[in-house]
Design a protein around this ligand. Structure first.
Ligand SMILES: Cc1ncc(COP(=O)(O)OP(=O)(O)O)c(N)n1
Ligand SMILES: Cc1nc(C(=O)O)sc1CCOP(=O)(O)O
Ligand SMILES: [Mg+2]
Length: 522
């Protein structure tokens, strides 16, 4: 039994622990990791990698910096150790405040630094300790010399829940024991386990003559060989830190040790594979992408923040109307945009999935070339598949908070609201705007409750979000809508006033003019 008690059991309700807060709202405990490691100025490894991994895995990560390295993709140019007293200050600061689920250690470059870590861990016990015994950088620079070996063996390893040495580090910890085969990795794991950690993972990435990358996991009784195909890439800088941090993150979320290790190995393999051909830096050892996003064409994603003024003339499509007037959705869209539509929603209630997707892709191209955002009605899957700018959902569609978690922070999410309560909730759930109606009776949407101009005003007043009015709006009444006294009412959304018309272009121009005039009149 180690002095930290191994992986301490999590209380059954730890995910929803309500701290002594004054608010009546439920408080959610966020899984938290502390990394105690060195800074890598190139940000591929060390503290920077640890922070990225935890963020990518949905875990909060605090950082105590032990050393600062001048480092890039060519190697480590110099290392500056922080004074142990200052490292202790950092440790006290965060350990006395946060409730860490897991502490993960990386570069601990001197005996004195290990001493202050041990002292603080005994003053502030944590649930689990992951030790990545960093000694040599991937470029071959010594980051912690042999002087730390005895304190590692005698005092740090015995309190670790898991240690994650590569074959060189395992060999150093075992007085130069030769490790060149999987059988020798097993022997090393067993000997290291005898030093006290509850679990040992010996990483075989550097093992010669193997087409697979094999890691050996030992729990004191059983061995597991975790294999994956070796990925041919120069972008491997930070794999060790990433693996150990990912194990820490998964443990913090409540995983068992073996499943945390398996998830972490898969995460590293996927990140390496995804990043195998990216080019960052000119050296031999590039970093990889923890967020699987760098390869995206920067031009293809919206990137800009939603502009509420785009709600000014909001065109919502209808396939039945296009059929009736014998025009394609692409032609209808082009005409609406040319006439002044400032945002588009594809509302294709009858389309089959494949057809909807093909249409959406064609429409995205037109909208992008005109700098107009395109939203998808109801169908989150279609929006994701065609990388649309966002979605519009109603009260009986997928809940906004879930839509936000699926689409991420960059996409536009609109939600229909007929009441002040719904409007308040929309803001809390992370919507970008509200569609409110029916302001007037409409034939386009069956059984739609009309809320009138008064209902629209109440919704506007209940929310901080921008609002677009919808339902029965056309050239004859758009002015009266825009004149209600509500600064967050940004425009009107229309279907039939544009698309159930002989000439979409003419109607769009007229409606745009009406809206502009009514805006001037306010
Ligand atoms: C801008 C805008 N506002 C409201 C709606 C209606 O959405 P919803 O209530 O989900 O109804 P359907 O459009 O899905 O029938 C909208 N589509 N756009
Ligand atoms: C799609 C839709 N949603 C509404 C709501 O009240 O939330 S009214 C509506 C139909 C709007 O069509 P038209 O502009 O042809 O009246
Ligand atoms: Mg809907």
């Amino acid at each position: 039994m180690n002095s930290l008690g191994g992986i301490r059991s999590w209380p059954a309700n730890w995910r929803s622990t309500t701290a002594s807060m004054t608010t009546t709202e439920s408080v959610r405990k966020v899984p938290q990791v502390l990394t105690v490691a060195g800074s890598d100025s190139g940000a591929g490894a060390g503290i920077q990698a640890d922070l990225k991994v935890c963020a990518a895995r949905g875990v909060y990560c605090a950082s105590v910096i032990t050393a600062v390295t001048a480092q890039n993709t060519r190697g480590v140019q110099s290392v500056h150790l922080l004074p142990p007293e200052f490292i202790s200050e950092q440790l006290k600061s965060v350990l006395s405040d946060f409730e860490f689920d897991v502490v993960k250690t990386g570069m601990l470059p001197s005996t004195e630094i290990v001493e202050v870590l041990l002292q603080n861990l005994s003053d502030f016990p944590v649930r689990a300790l992951v030790v990545d015994p960093v000694m040599v950088s991937t470029s071959g620079h010594v980051l912690a010399g042999s002087s730390i070996l005895s304190i590692f063996r005698e005092r740090l390893l015995p309190i670790a829940d898991i240690i994650t040495p590569n074959v060189k580090e395992a060999s150093a910890l075992l007085d130069g024991f030769r490790i060149e085969t999987v059988a020798e990795m097993r022997s090393a794991a067993k000997s290291l386990h005898e030093m006290g950690p509850r679990f040992v993972l010996v990483k075989g990435g550097d093992l010669p003559d193997s087409s697979d990358s094999v890691d050996v996991y030992f729990d004191g009784k059983e061995f597991h060989e975790l294999r994956s195909p070796r990925i041919a890439t120069r972008n491997t800088h930070g794999t060790g830190c990433t693996l150990a941090s990912c194990i820490a993150a998964e443990l913090a979320k409540g995983s068992s040790m073996l499943s945390a290790v398996k998830v972490a190995k898969r995460f590293v393999d996927n990140a390496l594979d995804y990043s195998k051909d990216i080019v960052i830096g000119s050296g031999m050892q590039g970093p990889f992408d923890h967020f699987f996003g760098l390869k995206k064409d920067p031009q293809s994603s919206r990137c800009s923040i939603f502009n509420p003024d785009d709600l000014f003339l909001y065109a919502v499509t209808d396939s039945r109307m296009n059929k009736k007037w014998n025009r394609s959705i692409v032609d209808a869209l082009k005409a609406a945009i040319e006439g002044g539509a400032t945002i588009i929603q594809l509302r294709e209630k009858e389309a089959e999935t494949r057809e909807f997707l093909e249409e959406a892709k064609a429409c995205i191209d037109i909208c992008r070339s005109h700098g107009v955002s395109l939203l998808i009605n109801d169908r989150i899957d279609i929006a994701l598949a065609c990388d649309a700018d966002g979605v519009h959902v109603g009260q009986s569609d997928m809940p906004v908070d879930l839509v936000r978690s699926l689409l991420g922070p960059d996409k536009i999410i609109g939600v229909s609201c007929k009441t002040p309560e719904q409007a308040h909730q929309a803001w809390k759930d992370g919507a970008d705007y509200i569609g409110s109606g029916g302001v007037f009776p409409t034939n386009t949407k069956a059984n739609n409750r009309t809320i009138g101009l008064d209902g629209l005003k109440e919704v506007c007043e209940a929310s901080k979000l921008p609002v677009v009015a919808i339902g029965g709006i056309g050239i004859s009444n758009a002015g009266s809508v825009m004149q209600i006294d509500a600064p967050n009412l940004k425009g009107v959304a229309v279907v039939s006033a544009l698309f159930d018309q002989d000439c979409v272009l003419t109607q769009a121009k007229k409606l745009h003019k009406t809206l502009k005039e009514s805006k001037r009149g306010i």
